[in-house]
Design a protein around this ligand. Sequence first.
Ligand code: AMP
Ligand code: MG
Length: 411
Amino acid sequence: MLTVEEALARVLEHVPPGSAERAWLADAHGRILAEDVFSPGELPPWPASAMDGFAVRAADIPGDLRVLETVAAGGVPRHRVEPGTVTRIMTGAPVPDGADAVVMVEDSEALPPSAAGADRVRLLGAAAVGQHVRPRGSEVARGVRVLSRGQTLGAGAIGVLAAVGIPSVRVSVRPRVGILSTGDELVEPGGALGPGQIHSSNGHALAALVREAGGVPVDLGNAPDDPVAIGAAFRAALRCDLVVSTGGVSVGDYDHVKGVLKDLGLTMDFWRVAMKPGKPLAYGVLGGTPVFGLPGNPVSCMVNFYQFVRPVLRTMLGDPTPYLPVIQAEMVGRSRRRPGRAEFVRVRLFRDGDTVRAEVAGHQGSAGVLSMADAHGFALLPEAATEVAGTVAVQVFDPGFLAGAEASYRW
Ligand code: AMP
Ligand code: MG
């Protein structure tokens, strides 16, 4: 049997390079950047006022001063600020030449117009050179790298792109992942169950996992346990960038997936991985397309996806860190286990002060689907571990436990 690490290393040897495409900002959210992005201009493009108030020469403050004009955001100053004069200015407006500071409107007092009808203002306190002025290029200088290849574009990054004037960027193409379920017993949800039949759940869970990982699921349906049907389905699947099947990879009389893939010419490894749940795993490359044959048990199927398929998918997408994040947590309670295989224990996580605690989630059998819906992550138990207790490393697939239970601000 292979260890989980050995199996993962072998899988990652064969990841085909992904490709890139140009996306408009409206379609770029959540995508992975396929290029470094440099700012074509400066932000702000000119010295900008950070306040509503008066653009001044700092040395003139305090004092009674003549107001030259009013400049709003989007406007352009027409006058230079000379000694004894100021310009009324709004937030986001260009600071006129001659001014070296902005005094906010709260530090001003209106004065009656002069005898000649000039607009005047009294400015109080003192002004430091540069106050409330955002110098040209102070947020983003021209030519600096603002975003890096491999970065996932969050809302902040989308805002940066727009702010520096970039309407589209190169992002990695979402791999199309073919999903094939195999088994005579499978009926789609919504269909009536005949004797011996069950609803097919793996394909639906896998489609969600693929979407979560940034791929595009391609539903290849349910194939019966028949080598001809399974072969036809796999041939059709090869137009995808990655193929995942479930069921039929064990050693039962009706487990045809391995034989079919071998006949199709898959350069193939059939592995027994020392992990629980999810021992059997078929993996290979067919015509350049990675193909995974995952076990049919719903939990084994999802665990195998997270451990092997997801890192491949994220690597194709250009994610430099293609693994689930791991945190340390304290197990609640203590239970014994049989050593021998690495175990992925589904756990619920919760915060207890500064400690994260982990609690075994539901029934842990490989058919225990509720445990996956309940859990936030997998507690990783090494092969030799004899109990589930104490401090454990937890691979987090659902960061939902971080959400605050109460809508309160505790700074
Ligand atoms: P197999 O890997 O084909 O031996 O299947 C192992 C177990 O998983 C059996 O109980 C199957 O009925 C079940 N199973 C296989 N495929 C699916 C599926 N698509 N949805 C739900 N259960 C499945
Ligand atoms: Mg089967």
